[in-house]
Design a binder for this molecule. Structure first.
Ligand SMILES: Cc1cc2nc3c(=O)[nH]c(=O)nc-3n(C[C@H](O)[C@H](O)[C@H](O)COP(=O)(O)OP(=O)(O)OC[C@H]3O[C@@H](n4cnc5c(N)ncnc54)[C@H](O)[C@@H]3O)c2cc1C
Length: 413
């Protein structure tokens, strides 16, 4: 039997990579130390956020970050105990928050995001999983029209990528989304978008599909890599060694630890995020929205109404903090004043973020080891395209976009 390609990490990026490689005829093993879809991909907002081309580190962050960090009502938090460790990353992240670099980051996010609904549809086409991609509108919800106008930088960038909203105000808002209370007076609505109603189940079923087509899923923790003459020949795992022709690191925030095993120090940190699920809700939004006041996405999901967002700079070993959850609940109560529900469930997840908000997609030198991580707030969205690009690169088929901006080399040292 031919040696396989091993994909390390079965989140949205890993399963997409496994499926695209399988489709181009490779023998593929997908490995995860747990069940598929239990990392950041588990509890995200489920938005196919093809419009999310503007990173967090835009020029206004210099003005906003200090204000946010000192304001207990703001959706940006910092685990102060982690600050000394995180300082070098924060310095790099902030150094990109200028006009020129922000434009470069937007330009680099556009090719991997803006056709994401089609990319998800291509991933599931011809499988029994097509129902997972829900067609929807998507709205940014603002307290006032003035708040929408203040967001002009972001909307100008989105317009460059082809996303131009219809703006609703006053009574039009509650007609469009009856769940919204009077605190929301403006909706910027994008037509032709999409969302997922249960990201973890979506990934689980994609994995079943991959296995049903002859792929192998193995539950094992990858511990190290063996190279011969600079090329990957096997990986070491808790289930013993596995020979391979190529390995792809799609382990989200934990990719940082695996890169260390290769002697490489990548500036990857986590923007911790939270969700609250309102179970058995009395109302649901008709379509997903971004609540701009609290910076969280809302999505009518299978298991209830999910509100997911906030950014807490910190590390991925510490448990959840209370403040971000409280904040999410407070803003949700304000936005949906008549919502009733039976109970809530909370979750903390780790967005894997690079200082330039652009993922690392490509081969490490000529080692046969590829990276597919660092998708910050948009990994569910960009997973299928990333998987397709990686499969093309491994096949030696040049992708139809310039891969240089995503090359892992920019961070290798
Ligand atoms: C609150 C919140 C809301 C979000 N909302 C959205 C959204 O609406 N839309 C969007 O596009 N994105 C969203 N995101 C971001 C998105 O969830 C992430 O970018 C994405 O899930 C990252 O996927 P991944 O496959 O890279 O990593 P993960 O999903 O984290 O998967 C990594 C996998 O690697 C495995 N692993 C790690 N180490 C090893 C090892 N040594 N051996 C074997 N396996 C290993 C882990 O078990 C895990 O399953 C959100 C994130 C958060 C936190």
């Amino acid at each position: 039997m031919s040696k396989p390609i091993i994909i390390i990490g079965a989140g949205m990026v890993g399963i997409s990579t496994a499926i695209w490689l399988q489709r181009s005829g490779h023998r593929v093993i997908l490995m995860d130390r747990g069940n598929p879809g239990m990392g950041a991909s588990y509890g995200n907002a489920g938005l196919i956020a093809q419009w999310a081309v503007v990173p967090v580190n835009t020029p206004s962050l210099w003005k906003d970050a200090p204000k946010y960090l000192l304001n207990p009502n703001s959706p940006l938090f910092l685990k102060w105990t982690h600050l000394p460790k995180m300082l070098p990353w924060i310095a790099k992240f902030m150094s990109n928050a200028n006009e020129v670099d922000a434009q470069r980051m937007v330009d680099n996010l556009i090719p991997i995001l803006t056709d994401a609904v089609d990319q998800h549809k291509s991933l599931v086409r011809g499988t029994p999983l097509e129902h997972w991609i829900s067609n929807s509108k998507f709205s940014y919800a603002y307290n006032t029209l003035k708040d929408f106008k203040k967001d002009a930088y972001s909307w100008d960038q989105k317009a460059r990528a082809g996303f131009i909203p219809t703006v609703l105000t006053g009574a039009q808002v509650s007609e469009a989304e009856p769940i919204l209370g009077p605190s929301t007076q403006c909706l910027a609505v994008l037509e032709g978008q999409g969302h997922i109603t249960n990201p973890a189940q979506y990934i689980t079923e994609l994995t079943y599909h991959f296995v049903s087509k002859g792929g192998q899923f193995i539950e094992a923790e990858v511990q190290d890599f063996t190279k011969t003459n600079g090329k990957i020949t096997s990986i070491q795992t808790t289930q013993g060694p596995f020979e391979c022709t190529h390995a792809v690191i799609t382990a989200g925030i934990w990719s940082k630890d695996l890169m260390r095993k290769l002697g490489l120090k990548i500036p990857l940190e986590t923007e911790r995020g939270y969700h609250v699920i309102y179970e058995n809700p009395s109302q649901m939004p008709r379509n997903p929205m971004m609540m701009t006041a609290g910076k969280f996405g809302v999505n009518p999901m299978d298991m209830g109404l999910r509100c997911a967002g906030t950014v807490e700079l910190g590390d991925h070993h510490a448990g959840p903090s209370k403040q971000p959850i409280k904040l999410l609940k407070r803003y949700a109560a304000q936005a949906f004043p008549t919502l009733k529900y039976s109970s809530t469930k909370e979750w903390l997840g780790f967005r894997p973020s690079t200082p330039d908000s652009v993922p690392l997609i490509g081969e490490i030198g000529t080692s046969g080891i590829y990276t597919g991580f660092g998708h910050q707030h948009v990994g569910l969205t960009a997973g299928p395209k990333t998987g397709r690009l990686l499969a093309q690169m491994i096949d030696g088929t040049p992708p139809n976009i310039d891969m240089q901006p995503y090359a892992p080399e920019r961070y290798l040292r």
